[in-house]
Design a protein around this ligand. Structure first.
Ligand code: FAD
Length: 310
């Protein structure tokens, strides 16, 4: 039985396992793929004190840092089911896809999230070559260029407003007849003179040239007409999907499937904490996930000293 078992090996999980192990308590970390989304990232320029790094390099550094401590690393392990403690003080159980099960007095759930892809030709091919998902991360790479934002919900409209301050021109494409973002955001967006908004637009293809995005095709859903827009970047903003399907019914999730946490990273189950992109924490970023993972581990430690069994 672990005192702290971390599920997920991204920045949140890595931070949680380091903070837990530094308290001298038995700590394990089980992850489907150590590194998480960072492993899929090219350049990272907003990890404070590290002006520039690349995803695989940061993953190696995180892993090395975890290995400085006595942490039981279980890589390539998919958690399938959480069985909460039957009584306070009893261990929680995590069932793995390989049939094994792990027990722990506290858990830190940090299974992250994934961007919902558009699923059109060219999107996967030009990922990191003009197709981007994170305006905070990649916006500055498109300085002075023309980009599209796909999606007119809050995240799409926020992204378009954010990008409009950096890039030359933003074309926002919304599938529905109207954007769904909050009114104040829509109003702000409409006030910007380097943004145009296309509604009832179905993106059909990301087009590239010489290995980089050169344009985008969309169909006007009212007229059926096909259009091509020449541009250098496409930000897909049609939703971030938390990796929490396996927790449904066992822990309280938001309507978006995020694990509901408070400011101490407590979930609806005593002794079960959560951190990072899988949770309701606002703003999903590496530095935020690292902070949240650390906070969750400290809360787990606090729980353990207050609920010690004689
Ligand atoms: P994740 O990184 O998603 O890690 C989740 C972990 O949980 C992984 O180890 C995964 O394998 C594991 N897991 C999932 N389900 C299970 C399961 N059932 N059982 C066991 N393990 C499981 N942020 C920045 O700050 N700067 C950037 O420049 C930046 N660029 C980005 C570029 C791209 C292409 C992407 C996709 C994201 C980028 N982000 C960036 C966002 C950043 O990567 C995330 O905010 C951060 O990785 C979240 O950390 P996390 O630990 O919460 O989750």
């Amino acid at each position: 039985t672990f005192e702290v078992l971390v599920i997920g090996g991204g920045p949140a999980g890595a931070a949680a396992s380091i903070y837990a192990a530094r308290k001298g308590i038995s700590t394990g970390i089980a992850a489907e793929r150590f590194g998480g989304q960072v492993a899929d990232t090219m350049s990272i320029e907003n990890l404070i004190s590290v002006p520039y790094t690349e995803g695989p390099k940061l993953v190696a550094a995180m892993e090395q840092h975890v290995k400085e401590y006595d942490v039981d690393i279980m890589n390539m392990q998919l958690a399938e089911k959480l069985i909460p403690a039957s009584k306070p003080g009893m261990p929680h159980e995590i069932r793995l896809a390989n049939g094994a099960s792990l027990k722990a007095r506290t858990l830190v759930l940090s299974t992250g999230a994934r961007w919902r892809p558009l699923g059109v030709p060219g999107e996967a091919e030009y990922r990191n070559k003009g197709v981007a998902y994170c305006p905070h991360c990649d916006g500055p790479l498109f300085k002075g260029k023309h980009v599209a934002v796909i999606g007119g919900g809050n995240s799409g409209v926020e992204a378009a407003i954010d990008l409009a301050g950096i890039v030359r021109h933003v074309t926002l494409i919304e599938f529905g007849a109207e954007m769904r973002a909050d009114d104040v955001l829509q109003k702000k967006l409409r006030s910007l003179n380097n943004v145009d908004i296309i509604t009832s637009g179905q993106t059909t293809e990301v087009v590239g040239e010489n290995g980089r995005v050169s344009g985008l095709k969309y169909t006007d859903r009212n007229t059926g007409e096909n259009h091509h827009v020449a541009l250098e970047g496409v930000f897909v903003q049609i939703g971030l999907v938390p990796n929490t399907e396996w927790l449904k019914g066992d822990i309280e999730l938001s309507q978006h499937g995020e694990i509901i946490i408070n400011d101490r990273n407590e979930t609806s189950i005593p002794g079960v904490f959560a951190a990072g992109d899988a949770t309701t924490v606002p703003f999903k970023q590496i530095v935020i996930s690292m902070g949240e993972g650390s906070k969750a581990a400290l809360s787990a430690f606090d729980f353990l000293i207050r609920n010690s069994v004689e």
